[in-house]
Write a protein that binds this ligand. Structure first.
Ligand code: TMP
Length: 212
């Protein structure tokens, strides 16, 4: 007899303004899942290791200037180039934990006011929709006091306030707000609880497309 195909993995996205602890928490979540016998991989956007990612890195560190539309589309393209890997990993039964996704793409680009929210959503529409978005919520004044804040483009309070507002406009019932002012361990535990809940409740049917 042929073994049943594995149940697909969960697509878990971590979002939040700059310096809210997303990367630390994403990595801890991967460790937690792998440590309890559930395969999970870590991904992050921007993925600065690809040629498109190198260009994005250079833009963020103010090495090059690009039109607002151009950098927006590069961030999207940088996600689409990982699309096959996301799909094949989920199909293999492993979960994918992603540090930033299309919500960052829209929230940051649309904070420039030269670009509208609807226009920004277009280039990411059709990417797999996450099973859950864990939003690390932290007062922006508090984030601004964290290490190295201000070293990259966008790390400026007024800009982050517009980003935050855009994030809130993108929320739906798959979003969970996580109080990121708590200790690393406390944040970790509330994220683990959300993920356990999602993994228990979700039917993990076919992956719907984002913003379709
Ligand atoms: P990082 O600090 O998580 O590497 O993100 C770098 C910056 O890029 C951060 O300020 C958020 C911004 N960003 C966008 O503007 N659009 C995007 O699509 C992504 C993924 C990040």
């Amino acid at each position: 007899s042929v073994a049943a195909p594995p149940r697909r993995g969960a697509l878990i996205v971590i979002e939040g303004c700059d310096r809210t602890g997303k990367t630390t928490q994403a990595m801890k979540l991967v460790e937690y899942l792998n440590g309890s016998d559930r395969k999970a991989i870590f991904m992050r956007f921007p993925d600065r290791t690809t040629p498109i990612g190198c260009l994005i890195d250079s833009y963020l560190s103010r090495g090059v200037n690009l039109e607002d539309q151009v950098i927006h589309l590069l961030f999207s393209a940088n996600r689409w180039e990982s699309h096959p890997k996301i799909i094949s990993t989920l199909k293999s039964g492993a979960s994918v934990i992603i540090d930033r996704y299309a919500f960052s793409g829209v929230a940051f680009s649309a904070a420039k006011e030269s670009l509208g929210l609807q226009w920004c959503k277009g280039s990411d529409a059709g990417l797999p929709k996450p099973d859950v978005v864990l939003f690390l919520d932290l007062p922006l004044e508090q984030a601004a006091t964290r290490g190295e804040y201000g070293s990259e483009r966008y790390e400026e309070l007024k800009f982050q306030q517009r980003v935050y507002k855009n994030y809130m406009a993108l929320r739906d019932d798959t979003w969970k707000m996580i109080d990121a002012s708590k200790s690393i361990e406390e944040v970790q535990r509330s994220m683990e609880a959300e993920v356990e809940r999602v993994m228990k409740e979700s039917k993990f049917g076919p992956l719907p497309g984002l913003w379709w």
